[in-house]
Structures are given as C-alpha cells and as structure tokens.
Write a protein that binds this ligand. Structure first.
Ligand code: ZN
Length: 214
C-alpha cells in the first residue's frame, strides 16, 4: 500500500486478489514511515510474551546481555561522566513505553501518538497491546523483534522467580550495558543476525528471499 492506504499490489494468490487493508496496522505503520525516513521496516505484533509484559506498564530492565540491545547505543561516554575520583553513569534506554491504550487503532491520531512516543528509538512496548520495532532494514527489525519478545519472556521469568524467593534482581552496570549495546544494539549486528534467521527460514521453507544490504 502507499502512504494514503491505496493498495498497490495484489497478494499474489492464484485464486484471486485479496484487496483488504488492515486499517489498524496501516495507521501505525504509515505514521512511523511518514515521521521516520530512516525506517525501512516496522514490525508490530501481539506476540504472547510481549503482550503479557505490556500489561505491567513498564520498560525492560538491563538484566542480561541480550536485552542491552534496547539500551543506549551512543558512543562512550554517552551515559557516564567523571568527577574527580567518582564515575557517574545512568541507563539510557533505546526503547519506550507507550502508556495510552485507546482501543484498536482506527484513526490517525493514535498512530501519530505511538510514533511520537517512539521518537528516534528502535522499539516500543505498547501498554496492554503488544510490541513494536522500527529500524533501517528488514533483517534488523526481524532480529530486534524476536529479541524484544524473548526479552519480555525472560523478564517475566526473572520477576516471577525473584518475587517467589524474595530476591532482588541484579542489574548489569549501566556503563557495561552501554558498551554491550554498542555491539548488540547496532544495526549492523542486527542485520547480520537477522540475515542468518532468514537463511534458516529459506532452508526450512525451501524458498529464496531477496537479500537487502544494510
Ligand atoms: Zn496491534
């Protein structure tokens, strides 16, 4: 479809064309593409663990290496500074929480509000709804979406186990999280990993997908 929601291509089904537009999906995706020229691919879904985690109304904690992909990817010392003998550092997240669930997205206002909340970041947890990832390549978006969904699964496990045993969760140090994010949160790494995931898919499905360079 184009930016106005006009269907440009048929589905490829041999039985006949399906010309049905998912309005809610279109309004979210079109608003992101209109506001973020850097975004080539946005992914939004109501995957189980993302949807479950979204009901808690919070962002992900830096509790393992992989989730650091959704922390600051800025250069050192992007999130720390030195004052005498002391180092101050803090977490800068590369994902946001969009809190206002207003029902199924059926008007432009909601799509724009989600886009505004996303800002320049790569991912959003849509409260009581699901997950959203937007990046500059299809491969990176697919990889980050899978990582985000699994990060929600792991956080739910950790929170439950910690609460059951009265244990406080251990966080990765913010400077270490930032250094990790430089690698795991980068478009290049995500493109590489996403590419491998597409290769597995090709092997399983017996089809070839076009590869787009990062
Ligand atoms: Zn949705």
């Amino acid at each position: 479809v184009d930016h106005q929601g006009e269907i440009l291509e048929e589905s490829g089904q041999k039985d006949g064309p399906f010309r049905i537009l998912n309005t809610a999906a279109f309004l979210i995706h079109s608003a992101i593409h209109a506001a973020r020229p850097d975004v080539l691919c946005a992914a939004h879904s109501h995957s189980t663990y993302g949807k479950a985690f979204s009901a808690l109304g919070r962002t992900l904690d830096p509790i393992n290496q992989d989730v650091c992909a959704f922390y600051n990817v800025g250069g050192f010392p992007a999130n720390c500074f030195y004052l005498g003998y002391f180092t101050y550092s803090w977490f800068v997240k590369d994902h946001v929480l969009y809190k206002q669930y207003n029902g199924i997205v059926l008007d432009e206002v909601e799509g724009k509000a989600i886009t505004e909340a996303l800002g320049s970041k790569k991912a959003a947890i849509l409260q009581n709804h699901g997950l959203l990832v937007a990046t500059s390549s299809i491969e990176a978006t697919v990889h980050f979406y899978i990582t985000l969904e699994r990060s929600c699964e792991v956080q739910l496990l950790v929170d439950a186990a910690g609460a059951a045993n009265g244990i406080k969760t251990v966080f990765i140090d913010s400077a270490d999280a930032a250094e990790t994010a430089k690698v795991l949160g980068s478009q290049g790494t995500a493109w590489l990993k996403g590419n491998m995931q597409f290769m597995v898919l090709e092997q399983e499905e017996g089809v070839r997908y076009k590869h787009v360079t990062a």
